[in-house]
Design a protein around this ligand. Sequence first.
Ligand code: GDP
Length: 355
Amino acid sequence: MVDKKNLRTPIVSVMGHVDHGKTTLLDKIRGSSVAAGEAGAITQHIGATEVPIDVIVEKCGNPSLRERFVVPGLLFIDTPGHHAFTSLRSRGGALADLAIVVVDINEGFKPQTIESLQILKRFKTPFVVVANKIDRIHGWNPVPNASFLVSYNKQAEHVQQYLDNKFYEVIGELFNIGFNADRYDRIKDFQHTIGVIPISGHTGEGISDVLMVLLGLAQKFLEANLQYDASGPGVATVLEVKEERGLGTTVDLILYDGMLQKGDTIVLGSLGEPIQTKVRAILKPRPLSEIKSEEKFQQVDKVIAAVGIKISAPNLDGALAGTPLRVATAETIDKIVKDIKQEVDAVHIDTDTMG
Ligand code: GDP
């Protein structure tokens, strides 16, 4: 049994073609989690939203499931389709631990969907495919926020048939690019078969199924990768490099291992030599209850993985989204600089050859 104490929150990215519904799906996950309320609120990070396991389990309407899962929740990256998540990588793997690939069931696969799938395949990232916008199927009678099967069983037969046909087109397209796939509820072995879940980001149908399948994937395939050392040196990936009034150039990042403290020496990727600097401030979003405050952010002295934060530090100009950031000491800095340079170079060769 894995030690729960050192298991961090898996990081999930949402991928897929523009307009197929990534943002809507994320909003729905966030919104319904807020509504789930009492089980524990979601936490807003910089660039990410954390949904605790209690909220997910409550949303799925089956508290007995709580015991089955050891992960503390899921951390969703808020910038779907961000270049850093679709073509760059960290530590030789995809930045995210898990992914959701969104495809509009009425439109089928597009080049961006296929590109996402190829990247996931390359990095062996576990993922689910959601066949979105089922509410647009002619004659669909929505059952808001229901599990897909509950809703499906309430549809007229010709509507079910139409959905089945569209659904099997998606399965066929996945097969054509080398994936065995099936409807998520028919899969026994998620290692060899990709789960596909018909959903609607608008009505919320199927969302609980998506969350459950993600937890299942995390549980089955990620436990080993999710172990982390809470007191170890921080390891992160840069999400965005941004000017903030009063702070100068700042970097938004996802810390996925170890600890980051104010004053730490950090090394991060840039197009030239890696940047070496010291953390001046660690910033988190101000809680909603304090929204009246002028300041968007609150400062903290220390954070532990997995979190999305903003940092300010001298010399951040030239930092590169999608590249690694690591905490260094006098003993480790030379090796870290070398490793980061190599990683950034490798990524650039990769993305160049990927076209
Ligand atoms: P993104 O570009 O992939 O992030 O796509 P968006 O989430 O912005 O959605 C693109 C458009 O499709 C918007 O007009 C959404 O309102 C709409 N949309 C997204 N999901 C659904 C859905 O499940 N049903 C319907 N009917 N429309 C949707």
